[in-house]
Design a protein around this ligand. Structure first.
Ligand code: HEM
Length: 212
């Protein structure tokens, strides 16, 4: 019944990583946006709503894996589960139009893949719960939340990727620092997605082996 220590560490690290990225959006001022706002119509409202629901998905997602809530308070688990699913759908769908504002193909394709995988894994988890297929529900929800955490891992990976860029460029910065950051931001989602995918599937295989 006791929650693993590593779980609490993951919560603290994730919230610690995401808070500084979310804070500039809380005063609802496009001038504080970390990404360039190129249209003064729907881009910023879409981004803001995406971020707010993504935060809800992150927080409720973490709570869904707290053993005490899941086992002792199934009603709360079901309620939070609905909030998680709704937040992923809203946030994931809003990410789609945001992709059209991106100029780089590698980056936009990464976000497109991430959005689709986020929506599909969550939908599969939701459908399995509604149909009462609980083992399947658990596996898909582990996948879904692992994809939610790409937002964290992609940001955490940035220092490693910046260093790799520097090393792979022969210990030099041919296009300067700005180009290094830009090129790294074009691939960090891909690397985060791949890393999380491998970790999630590894956890699932380990769990299945353990249960046999
Ligand atoms: C996992 C699925 C997710 C997808 C597909 C996604 C998609 C996007 C997209 C397309 C943008 C615009 C990026 C740009 O134009 O450069 C964005 C920005 C943002 N997203 Fe998400 N997102 C996801 C998860 C999350 C989560 C879980 C959070 C956590 C709270 C989050 C927080 C943010 C923030 C803060 C920004 C603004 C960019 C920044 O300041 O770094 N996203 N997201």
């Amino acid at each position: 019944m006791k929650q693993k220590k590593s779980w609490w560490i993951l919560i603290i690290v994730s919230l610690g990583v995401m808070t500084p990225f979310v804070l500039p959006y809380l005063n609802v001022d496009p001038a504080n946006s970390r990404i360039t706002i190129t249209s003064n119509t729907i881009q910023y409202p879409l981004l803001l709503t995406h971020i707010l629901f993504a935060c809800a998905a992150l927080i409720t997602g973490f709570l869904q894996f707290v053993t005490r809530i899941r086992i002792q308070h199934p009603k709360i688990h079901r309620y939070l589960g609905r909030v998680y699913v709704m937040s992923v759908f809203i946030s994931g769908l809003l990410a789609l139009p945001l992709i059209f504002y991106m100029e780089n193909f590698t980056k936009s394709l990464a976000f497109l893949t991430l959005s689709i995988v986020w929506l599909v894994t969550c939908w599969n988890g939701y459908r399995a719960a509604v149909k009462g297929r609980l083992p399947e529900h658990r596996v898909w929800m582990v996948r879904s939340f692992g994809i939610t955490l790409v937002a964290v891992s992609a940001r955490l990976l940035m220092p490693v990727l910046l260093l790799s860029y520097y090393i792979l460029s022969g210990f030099s910065l041919p296009g300067g620092r700005a180009q290094m950051v830009e090129e790294t931001l074009n691939v960090n989602i891909w690397v985060g997605l791949l890393l999380n995918f491998v970790i999630i599937e590894w956890i699932i295989v380990k769990k299945i082996k353990h249960e046999k």
